[in-house]
Write a protein that binds this ligand. Structure first.
Ligand code: GUN
Ligand code: ZN
Length: 444
């Protein structure tokens, strides 16, 4: 594994969530990293005192919290330049605001933007992201090159669509070219960089994909043991459209089932308007859901029935869904996840909204589970790969003179500060496999 071969230790307030609702915190904590993995976790004074197999370089950045790296299970590389644009719902928003920027995401423009996109992810404390490129092979190739350089853990795929697409190809050629290019990209990049980069076959959604395209994408994903990502049941008009396009399907989810797209390596974006049969089908297939609450609010798509998905045993992670989500900032996505359930609970008296610890779980270990990576990332456990983020707590306080009050914070307080006020300004350092992939200028 590429990692920092020298052992180093870092001191801070450790917070992680191994389970939904279960929070661990260690105020004067520390982790020791060696060869890209977490070698030891515990109390700073103990770790400092105990003899270690190798000399440890200690880093002490003062009043910081250390969290597992944030995991973004659904975002769109070519869309970042279009954030906060448009006021319509999904389908007109895609036509008016998104397809035009995706159409331009090729050549020099893609080369200029892709490195900045991954830098912004790292600056936001995100260590793993599952990402869509545009429909062009070069948009994905350039994306992978930039992801490789960034040091982040990235699952990426070329957007596939053969109905109402924005490309220049003759309609007859779109399907075969898309399959060929996707396969070529997968062969080149899937599991490269010692598994840090992976491929996701990415049929956009049933509105813009023929049955043949969806079946073929599923077959390719199975053949290469790669991921599959798509959008499902995000918006009422979209669902209506799918119903008319696939009249024999029982519901939207059934379209994907028929095409073999529901697999344990499938990540379904949104999943807001699902009936109980669809929820059961997704759970039975062990497919995962990327919940994108800030996007769902921006487009007015709806309020997800998170309790029902979790009760069915579905692995749920969070997605920024840029550009429908206005930020890559996963703290803000966690905040939106909480506020969506609070809004629901105002009308459903028996519904308990989710807590900060639960939203944090979804953005870390829940996301890791949704991506099949719960054993390697998601918490600060010894043996896991060392993906973590160091947050400057003082940057989150309203008054700097209150710095001493940091000593009295509980793990929940620390988390709440991050979820309600955190972002790129409070990220000090981001590490993937023990390698620093972002460092704030003030400590560089
Ligand atoms: N459904 C199909 N494509 C998209 C997309 O790019 N963004 C969102 N939010 N939903 C989609
Ligand atoms: Zn999306």
């Amino acid at each position: 594994m590429n990692g920092n071969d020298n052992a180093f230790g870092i001191r801070g307030f450790l917070v992680d969530a191994p389970e939904f609702g279960g929070l661990r915190g260690s105020r004067n904590g520390a982790i020791i990293v060696e060869n890209g993995r977490i070698l030891a976790v515990g109390d700073y004074d103990n770790l400092r005192r105990l003899p270690q197999p190798h000399p440890v370089n200690w880093i002490d950045r003062g009043a910081v919290a250390i969290f597992p790296g944030l995991i973004d299970c659904h975002t769109h590389l070519p869309q970042y330049s279009a954030v906060a644009r448009g006021e319509s719902e999904l389908l007109p928003w895609l036509r008016q605001n998104i397809f035009p920027v995706e159409r331009d995401f090729t050549g020099p423009k893609a080369r200029e933007e892709a490195p900045q996109f991954f830098h912004a992810l790292a600056q936001n404390g995100t260590t793993t992201a599952m990402v869509y490129a545009a429909i062009y092979e070069d948009s994905c190739e350039i994306g992978f090159e930039a992801a490789k350089e960034s040091g982040l853990r990235v699952i990426l795929g070329k957007m596939m669509m053969d109905v109402g697409s924005y490309g220049q190809l003759q309609p007859k050629k779109v399907l075969s070219v898309s399959l060929l290019e996707s396969e070529r990209l997968c062969r080149k990049w899937h599991r490269s960089e010692d598994g840090r980069l992976e491929y996701a076959f990415s049929p956009r959604f049933a509105v813009t994909c023929s049955e043949k395209m969806m079946r073929s994408a599923a077959e390719l994903a199975a053949r290469f043991e790669a991921y599959l990502q798509t959008h499902l049941a995000e918006n009422r008009e979209e669902i209506e459209k799918v119903h008319h396009l696939f009249m024999s399907a029982r519901d939207y989810t059934h379209v994907y089932e028929t095409c073999g797209m529901l697999t344990p390596r499938t990540v379904l974006g949104h999943c807001i308007h699902l009936n109980p049969r669809e929820i059961a089908a997704i759970a039975a297939a062990q497919s995962s859901v990327a919940h994108c609450p800030s996007s769902n609010l921006f487009l007015g798509s709806g309020l997800i029935k998170l309790d029902q998905l979790l009760k069915a045993g579905i692995a749920v992670g969070l997605g920024s869904d840029v550009a429908a989500g206005p930020e890559l900032n996963m703290w803000q996505v966690m905040r939106a996840a909480i506020e969506v359930q609070k809004a629901r609970s105002a009308y459903e008296p028996n519904l308990r909204p989710i807590r900060v610890s639960e939203a944090f779980y979804l953005g870390t270990q829940g996301g890791a589970r949704a991506l099949g990576k719960a054993k390697i990332i998601g918490t600060l456990d010894a043996g896991k790969e060392a993906d973590f983020v160091v947050v400057d707590l003082a940057a989150l306080l309203p008054y700097q003179k209150d710095r001493h009050s940091l000593n009295a914070l509980s793990p929940e307080d620390v988390l709440a500060l991050c979820i309600y006020r955190g972002g790129p300004h409070s990220t000090l350092e981001t590490y993937v496999r023990g390698r620093c992939v972002y460092r704030a200028e003030r400590i560089a």
